[in-house]
Ligand binder design. Structure first.
Ligand SMILES: [Zn+2]
Length: 558
């Protein structure tokens, strides 16, 4: 953009457009709006100007925000004007933890097992096998053991019966566990006598000792490693194209890829070059790839407002939806099961130290209270040894908390990214945590009251990414059947919107760039079919997304 505009944009800050226009500091022709949206019900998430009727946009940024009269008065000859018909507009939503590149590829290649009976899942796998050469893998994802009519998990025997001539690997929706059949077990060269791998499990029948086909954490990785990846560079780009289309139509305009690989980072760039990247990406890099990144001098923040390098990603413990998070008290009904610790503390520390010293933000997956305690200890040690201002350590998920953990999070200025749609979508799994513990999970009320800035985060595929579901889940803490999970943690709608917008921008050091509708910020917004502020909180999920704008352009129009 021309220097004059840049000055205008960044010089605006808190002053607001009209002060400058009325002072005639910049002539209209140098800052002419390309587009004006008027007659809208804007909720800006800017406390200095919370509501507005109209916005002016130029060069992908908001130029001015105000009443219809004020903003329409800026229109010069060529400005396009769109009447929003009174519709409610929010800043675009920021999904601060999900797995878009990987999910896009899964949608291209795997059987979507988000089905409501085991019979339907087996049928879908059988159909895929009939089109797959014998011996090649049949892969499924988004299988959820608690959501099928049979009320029990898949078995190895039924997978064998449905698909006898292909190795089968069905990943749980949460991504930390999988179900495999006998040909897959044979290819993995494990049997009933193979010991469990460190940080994982091959489940066995308690009476016979036979492998059940359910493999967890690093036990799942055993299989992951032997499945050949046939993806081309173009497939990766295509996966990104597909997922950005899926997400933007629900109102998501920015996302953090929580476990990027170099191929993912390249795929986002390829999609962008092809004009197919519809949302902005902050791409964490998984620790396994960090040596190459460090050698190249890459660090957090490299890139631009479309594709940017995020934090180093590490994993401390297990999963909430698959009930493997490491807890101080056992799971309800399983007195010996405290969950799984994936990475030892010293290893987390060594890896974190390397990245921290090189200027990286850190993002560590920590779900259970034990996992969070360990991760905080690593961060606290680093901050003592290599102090850094405004490090914004991230606690990816940060699910099960208590008062002392919250005090330490606040003291460090760390950022939790709790699951936004779980109370609504995964309610039935919360039984295994118990009512008391659930009152300390996805603890938005506690975080906000302590002055911490939690984000909206789907973790998709594990959780649905629809921002309207997130809002409903956070405001009501109620699942689709009407059960309430952790009512102490309810927040207001205004708070939930801020969590899903400004707080997400803060988590990626972009609070001056996006997250609210303010002069100078990126023109990312969503137009709702109904007014969310007048909606029954229990039907927010049904509000249609009419339009999504990224960078001043519609990327979705219903
Ligand atoms: Zn994740």
């Amino acid at each position: 953009m021309p220097a004059s505009r840049r000055e205008f944009v960044f010089g605006m800050g808190a002053i607001g457009a009209f002060t400058l226009f009325s002072r005639n500091v910049f002539s209209i022709d140098r800052t002419e709006p390309e587009l004006i949206l008027y007659n809208g019900n804007f909720w800006t998430v800017n406390p200095r100007q919370p509501r507005a009727q109209a916005v002016a946009i130029s060069g992908g940024r908001f130029l001015a925000i105000g009443s219809n009269d004020e903003v329409l008065a800026l229109a010069a000859g060529n400005a396009k004007k769109i009447d929003l018909g009174g519709k409610t507009v929010l800043p675009g939503f920021i999904d601060a933890h999900s797995h878009p590149a990987e999910a896009g590829l899964s949608h291209l290649r795997m059987v979507d097992c988000d089905l409501r009976s085991i019979a339907d899942i087996l049928k879908a796998l059988r159909e895929r096998a009939s089109k797959t050469p014998p011996g090649e893998w049949v892969l499924g994802f988004k299988y959820d053991d608690t959501k099928t009519a049979e009320g029990r998990p898949l078995t190895r025997e039924e997978l064998d019966a449905a698909v006898p001539n292909h190795p089968v690997y069905v990943q749980h929706r949460g991504g930390h566990t999988a179900w495999v059949n006998s040909p897959a077990i044979k290819l993995a060269k494990i049997d009933d006598h193979t010991p469990d791998p460190a940080g994982g499990k091959y489940d066995r029948d308690p009476t016979t000792g036979h492998l059940t086909g359910h493999v967890r954490e690093t036990g799942r990785e055993t299989f992951d490693k032997i499945i050949p990846s046939n993806f081309t560079r173009d497939d990766h780009r295509e996966g990104v194209r597909l997922i950005t289309q899926m997400m933007t139509r629900t109102g998501v305009t920015s996302v953090t890829d929580a476990m990027g690989t170099p191929e993912d980072l390249r795929a986002y760039q390829d999609a962008r070059e092809a004009g197919q990247l519809k949302m902005r990406v902050y791409c964490h890099i998984y620790q396994a790839f960090m040596d190459q990144m460090l050698a190249a001098g890459v660090k957090t923040g490299l890139g631009d407002e479309w594709v940017k390098v995020g934090a180093q990603k590490m994993i401390c413990d297990g999963s909430i939806s698959e009930r493997t998070a490491r807890l101080s008290q056992p799971y309800i009904g399983r007195p010996d099961d405290f969950g799984i610790l994936v990475t030892p503390e010293e290893e987390l520390y060594q890896q974190s130290r390397k990245a921290h010293a090189a200027g990286w933000q850190l993002g560590t997956h920590a779900n259970g209270d034990v996992g969070i305690d360990i991760t905080l200890r690593v961060y606290e040690r680093l901050q003592k040894e290599l102090p850094r201002k405004d490090a914004r350590y991230r606690l990816e998920h940060c699910t099960v908390v208590n008062d002392s953990l919250i005090a330490r999070i606040k003291a460090l200025g760390a950022i939790p990214t709790p699951f936004s749609t779980y109370a609504y979508y995964h309610g039935e799994k919360m039984k295994e945590y118990g009512a008391d513990r659930v009152n300390h999970m996805f603890a938005l009320r506690s975080f906000i009251d302590a002055g911490i800035r939690p984000t909206q985060a789907s973790d998709y595929p594990p959780g649905p990414f629809e921002p309207m579901m997130a809002l409903q889940s956070e405001v009501t803490r109620t699942d689709a059947k009407g059960n309430v999970w952790g009512p102490q943690q309810k927040i207001t709608l205004e708070e939930a919107i801020r969590v899903g917008t400004m707080n997400g921008a803060y988590a990626s050091f972009e609070e001056n760039l996006k997250g609210s509708i303010e002069p100078g910020k990126l023109a990312d917004l969503v137009v709702l079919g109904r007014d969310v502020f007048k909606e029954d909180p229990y039907s927010i999920i049904s509000i249609p997304i009419e339009r999504t704008m990224v960078d001043g352009r519609w990327v979705w129009e219903s």
